[in-house]
Design a protein around this ligand. Structure first.
Ligand SMILES: [Zn+2]
Ligand SMILES: [Zn+2]
Length: 338
């Protein structure tokens, strides 16, 4: 089978490797669609790493199963699950699997023709296309972010960063009844801004052109109750603190990929304004798959609006070039059996 190998920054090549055979408890899945995540594009642009595989937002068809697999059969369409709770640690035993201390990861290797993993890393999907199924994983990130940001009926929200996760979070905020949604996103990201408008942003502010917090305060002098951050926290958190109303909640999913990245913000304001800051990692994300699947089935999140480009695996280099240009031309870029 063909599989993509990456050397960062900037290199990807397809290699012929042997197709794995499923052992007991495993399934072999033919990849139909795999999304390029913001973290993949960011890594491709700027990380340093030796040859490795990537791809964690995917769906495909079960083509073989090993002994003892229950709940999956050949021909099922499945969505790849990034992580599952262990079921045995203290948090799991206390009924808090979202705080699992030994979450199991499914690995990133789906820019390929097939993947072979333990069956619990595949979630069978119904009444969804494989492309829609490939959006379940990133949608669980958006879902967790909106929950952690405490967005409720009537909330005022500032969303910093309208990439695919941010756009889905925006749509979910609208869905759960937020009264006002402000979006901060660069003016050059034309394609994504169009969808932000369509999915219900009340006011879009451009950090490359204007003072976002100043403009926001002209409309919302006391600040907003919820701030959702999908870009690097080192860039966004100080702004989030400035934009928050007293008692506000800031939730973030941006990752720095550095062991000691530091944040700078007005700590006194944070204290006197009784703010809350929440790291909103969605893992173990299997807990949210049924809900995300339902949101896609009901077209609360319309995959066809989010996915703008599709490339066959053979053209993965082109796909990454486009994804790295960000939201000027593309919203979500898919690679797979096209
Ligand atoms: Zn991702
Ligand atoms: Zn656990």
């Amino acid at each position: 089978m063909k599989a993509a190998f990456f050397r960062l920054p900037g290199e990807v090549e397809l290699r012929e490797v042997s197709t794995p055979e499923p052992k007991a408890g495993e399934a072999l899945v033919r990849i139909i669609a795999c999304g390029i995540c913001g973290t993949d594009a960011e890594a491709f642009r700027s990380h340093k790493a030796d040859w490795h595989r990537r791809g964690h937002e995917y769906a495909g068809e079960v083509v073989a199963i090993g002994e003892g697999v229950v709940g999956l059969k050949v021909g099922d369409i499945v969505s790849g699950v990034s992580s599952v709770p262990c079921g045995k640690c203290n948090a799991c035993l206390k009924g808090l699997p979202k705080y699992c201390a030994q979450r199991q990861y499914g690995g990133s290797d789906a820019f390929a023709e097939y993947v072979c993993k333990r069956a619990e890393f595949f979630h069978p999907i119904h009444n969804l296309t494989p492309e829609e199924g490939a959006l379940i994983e990133p949608l669980t990130v958006a879902l967790q972010l909106v929950r952690d940001g405490n967005v409720q009926l009537g909330s005022t929200v500032l969303l910093i960063g309208a990439g695919p996760i941010g756009l889905m979070a925006l749509k979910l905020c609208r869905e759960c009844g937020a009264s006002k949604i402000f979006v901060s996103h660069p003016s050059t990201s034309v394609e994504r801004l169009k969808l932000a408008q369509e999915w219900g942003a009340d006011l879009i502010l451009h950090p490359d052109k204007e003072d976002v917090v100043g403009k926001l305060k002209q409309v919302e002098p006391d600040g907003v109750e919820c701030v959702l951050v999908t870009i690097k926290p080192s860039i966004a958190i100080s702004q989030a603190v400035e934009a928050s109303a007293i008692g506000g909640t800031i939730a973030f999913v941006g990752v720095e990929w550095q062991p000691e990245a530091t944040l700078k913000f007005d700590v006194d304001k944070f204290h006197f304004h009784k703010l809350k800051l929440i790291g909103s990692d969605h893992n173990p994300c299997s807990l949210l798959y049924d809900e995300a699947e339902d949101l896609l089935q009901r077209k609360v999140i319309d995959a066809q609006k989010l996915i703008t480009h599709r490339f066959p695996l053979d053209c993965i280099g082109e796909a990454f070039d486009l994804a790295c240009k960000g939201g000027r031309y593309a919203r979500k870029v898919m690679v797979g059996a096209y």
